[in-house]
Design a protein around this ligand. Structure first.
Ligand SMILES: Cc1cc2nc3c(=O)[nH]c(=O)nc-3n(C[C@H](O)[C@H](O)[C@H](O)COP(=O)(O)OP(=O)(O)OC[C@H]3O[C@@H](n4cnc5c(N)ncnc54)[C@H](O)[C@@H]3O)c2cc1C
Length: 397
């Protein structure tokens, strides 16, 4: 066994970073692991819709990193990565902090992508983190004080757009006239057929208007401009929620520092960054050579994290790392309060039964994570508070 002098530094403690850190610690408890994240809390993003609908509370889906990592015996530092010097193996953080590493794992996730469309950054709401969620919640709540049938547009017919449209309709009933804008000729065009069909039914049942083959050209303070079959339409809007795509969160990377593909860091099938064998990129920020079609999901991020933990343990023992293989465990989509659709491992389910099964499946997807995340299953099984044991009374808000 080789010993290592400097720490394994993991930057970003979302689904990918959290999984690699906790699994690596399990495999080799003596390794020096340092996890750095610019935030104080983990965000369980797939549960953000349930927070919006008050099916769970915000603190239940956002456990504190300090609690999770101290429990696992891993050092956690709250700071923001600003630069990587690959040649010198040095990381620079805000507040003039510098760190050197023996192995580096970067997994800093995604940001909403406005595709530089005029007015999107300034005039749209987003749904990517809890700042976005709180902002949206305040707007929706405030709207209840005024007239009904406000014009709400959701741009993007992917899972986020569909899940949001159904939840908002179920929560606010007639408060909003909901319009879903999708640029291709069908919703959920990268998802399983069964889920697509269930989603179409759910949208129809809720009288949500779906505009296919429609592209947003501009969003102003009061209007949304849409191009559809060469016709440009300008429509009044009260709110536009932008869920049309994400881009990797890589502001700390010099443009020519490493090879990218489709804007994401290109890694080999051992998850290593080209020409930097001690550096790894996983989760939403990276794309694996030869596996470019993998979806940008927590499922992929966690499988990569799990695999990388094994590879790092092998490398430190002087052994060769193994190629990553993705196992498609299927997909689940919530379709309003108390309903969902599942297409997984040969099973398809919809409606209330699927909603209950979705909870069980979430639990089964968290087998290798420490007790902190396993306690999510307490909510899944019993509707109890997630991560309760990590929240002392004075931490609750
Ligand atoms: C609303 C919503 C619902 C979703 N639902 C599902 C679902 O049902 N199923 C599914 O599989 N996927 C879902 N996804 C996608 C899934 O959440 C992402 O694919 C997953 O979070 C990616 O994991 P990650 O570790 O790459 O990034 P993240 O989980 O986003 O973690 C990135 C971490 O990096 C930190 N960070 C960023 N920049 C820096 C920096 N410069 N310095 C230090 N730290 C930094 C952030 O604070 C964050 O903690 C959903 C996403 C959203 C937004």
């Amino acid at each position: 066994m080789q010993s290592i002098q400097k720490p394994i530094v993991i930057v970003g403690a979302g689904f990918a970073g959290m999984t690699v850190a906790l699994n690596l610690k399990n495999l080799n408890p003596s390794l020096p692991i340092l996890v750095v994240d610019s935030a104080s809390n983990f965000i369980f993003k797939p549960l953000m819709y349930e927070v919006l609908s008050k099916e769970i509370r915000i603190w239940e889906a956002t456990p504190k990193f300090a609690n999770i990592f101290s429990d696992a015996g891993i050092t956690f530092l709250k700071n923001c990565l600003t630069k990587i010097s690959f040649k010198e193996n040095i990381l620079e953080f805000s507040e003039d902090l510098k760190l050197s590493y023996q192995y580096l794992v970067i997994c800093t996730g995604s940001l909403p992508n406005s595709f530089l469309i005029k007015g999107v950054e300034e005039n749209c709401y987003f749904f990517n983190d809890f700042y976005d969620l709180n902002k949206l919640k305040s707007f929706l709540k405030e709207s209840q004080k005024t007239s009904l049938h406000k014009k709400l547009f959701i741009v993007g017919g992917g899972p986020s757009g569909i899940e949001l449209a159904c939840k908002i309709k179920d929560i606010f009933i007639d408060q909003f006239e909901i319009n879903l804008i999708e640029k291709s000729n069908e919703i959920l065009n990268r998802n399983k057929i069964f889920n697509r069909e269930q989603a179409e039914r759910a949208l129809e049942k809720r009288k949500i208007n779906v505009f296919l083959n429609s592209t947003v050209k501009e969003v102003s303070e009061t209007k949304i401009i849409i191009s559809s079959e060469d016709e440009i339409t300008s429509l009044d809007k009260d709110i536009v929620i932008w869920t049309a795509g994400v881009k990797p969160n890589l502001s700390y990377l010099q443009t020519d520092a490493i090879t990218k593909k489709y804007g994401r860091i290109l890694v080999n099938n051992q998850l290593q960054i080209e020409n930097h064998n001690n550096c790894f990129a996983i989760g939403d920020i990276s794309i694996i050579a030869g596996m470019e079609d993998l979806p940008i999901t927590a499922q992929v991020a966690m499988q990569e994290g799990n695999h990388l933990a094994k590879n790092l343990a092998l490398l430190i023992q002087g052994k060769d790392p193994l190629p990553f293989e993705f196992q498609d465990n299927g997909e689940m989509i919530s379709l309003g309060i108390g309903e969902a659709s599942i297409s997984a491992l040969g099973i398809t389910l919809s409606g209330k039964l699927a909603f209950e099964a979705r909870r069980l499946i979430y639990a089964s997807k968290l087998p290798h994570i420490t007790e902190s995340l396993k306690s999510a299953s307490s909510w899944i099984f019993q509707k109890k508070s997630i991560f309760r044991k990590f929240f002392k009374k004075d931490n609750l808000n």
